[in-house]
Design a protein around this ligand. Structure first.
Ligand SMILES: [Zn+2]
Length: 423
């Protein structure tokens, strides 16, 4: 392990030397002869920059293939075709729906998964046509994660173009189920089944900007359903009302006090219930998302949430003191583990070395991404953003600004090479 780390660190140093004309104070110095030692790296980086307009066209194409969570098939098929065209090996769509293509290494190096998620938060029927005004692209999903999907294809293209042979194997994955109730099912499946025991490193390219995510924000998600007999709003007046109980619960949740650090959040994301204005509903439900950087804080707010739901039920039943009572079902619909990839881990250092090489300044951060799964399993993992500037992720007005977006792809390539090593 340590030996491999040193080899990778050396490669990172070579990369810095190849890419940076001026060495910043925190960057280790590198012997000048190493500067010329990797022309393919230089070639690949130049190629990425020169072909970024093509990459942007591809990003638009990907974005215009609808891919709501659980309905990613059409976009996955596109990736299968692209992976094949790029000469990747063993191209397939696995049982869960992930598109996979492998670029075998030459030796016994690590096996790195380079992934981006296929799915979007937008329901079927959403208009995904991309509006293009100069450097600004607007469409739901254009950044999250059509950018990441584009980056992984561009990395594969650049490796081919520069005829690079790597020691380790790179497995490209366009995975399903990152968003919403997808609950990371695509990446869970990779680790549990499809690539079980094979993956030594994992990088997800997700969203826009130039951030590096090494912290895994955990989340618990629930669907809460209040049920009762229901009846006529006038004739059956006096029955407990599931919508009123839901309102009581939401009122309590809306007053939760949470710490700013470790960042802890809560949100009632969806509600539904009732049949007509003159009926006492027989059901009403809500979907709730709670997140924290800290497992302890997440457990705390989870407990508070369950108490709020129970007391909303009790209060509504007590208010009417009717013989017919409401019941509540508390269903866990999503659970993402909390964790952190140590900042001094080689995979984080590889991304920071790539940053230094490209004069990118970005801080480490925490988020809820596909990397939550490997991090919770103790497998080195990070999530990096795909470059450009994004706005309004998860909204219909989502946009992506392409200025210098090639930097995201270059950084992804260097990070990957920092792990798998050049032959
Ligand atoms: Zn995303």
């Amino acid at each position: 392990m340590r030996k491999t780390f040193h080899r990778h660190l050396c490669l990172a140093l070579v990369l810095i030397a190849v890419c940076t004309p001026t060495i910043s104070p925190q960057t280790p110095a590198t012997a000048p002869d190493q500067l010329s030692s990797s022309p393919p790296v230089r070639r690949a980086l130049d190629y990425i920059k020169a072909t970024e307009p093509e990459a942007i066209n591809e990003q638009i194409k990907i974005c215009e293939i609808p891919a709501p969570s659980f309905k990613e098939q059409q976009r996955a098929a596109y990736f299968k075709q692209r992976f094949t065209a790029l000469g990747l090996k063993n191209v397939r769509i696995d049982r869960e729906g992930n598109a996979i293509g492998e670029r075998p290494g030459t030796g016994s190096g690590p096996t790195l998964v380079l992934a981006a998620h296929l799915d979007t938060v937008f329901p079927e029927g959403t208009n995904v046509k991309v509006k293009r005004e100069g450097a600004l692209l607007t469409a739901p999903g254009i950044g999250d994660d059509c950018r990441g999907l584009t980056v992984i294809l561009s990395v594969a293209r650049a490796l081919n173009e520069a005829r690079m042979n790597t020691q380790g194997t790179i497995i490209f994955v366009a995975n399903v189920g990152e968003e919403g109730l997808g609950d990371l099912r695509g990446v869970r499946h990779l680790f549990k089944e499809e690539l079980k025991g094979k993956i030594t490193h994992f990088i997800s390219v997700d969203g826009t900007g130039l951030g590096i995510t090494n912290g895994a924000v955990g989340s618990n998600r629930y669907r809460i359903t209040f049920s009762g007999p229901g009846g006529h709003s006038y004739g059956a007046f006096g029955l407990p009302n599931p919508i009123h109980a839901l309102g009581r619960a939401i009122e309590k949740i809306s007053r939760f006090q949470v710490p700013k650090k470790p960042k802890t959040t809560f949100n009632v994301g969806r509600i539904e219930g009732g049949t007509s204005v003159n009926s006492i509903a027989h059901t009403a439900w809500m979907e709730v998302d709670m997140r924290s950087e800290s497992a302890a804080e997440l457990a705390k707010i989870d407990a508070e949430f369950k108490r709020a739901v129970q007391s909303a039920l009790d209060e509504e039943n007590a208010f009417w003191s009717h013989e017919k009572k409401l019941t509540v079902e508390v269903k866990l619909v999503g659970e993402r583990p909390t964790g952190e990839q140590a900042p001094d881990a080689p995979i984080v250092q590889a991304a920071l070395a790539a940053n230094a090489a490209l004069s990118i300044k970005s801080e480490l951060g925490a988020s809820s991404t596909d990397s939550n799964i490997p991090i919770s399993l103790g497998i080195p993992a990070i999530t990096i953003s795909g470059g450009g500037r994004g706005r309004g992720a998860h909204s219909l007005e989502e946009s992506f600004e392409t200025t210098d977006s090639h930097l995201g792809t270059q950084r992804a390539l260097l990070t990957v090479l920092g792990i798998v090593g050049l032959k």
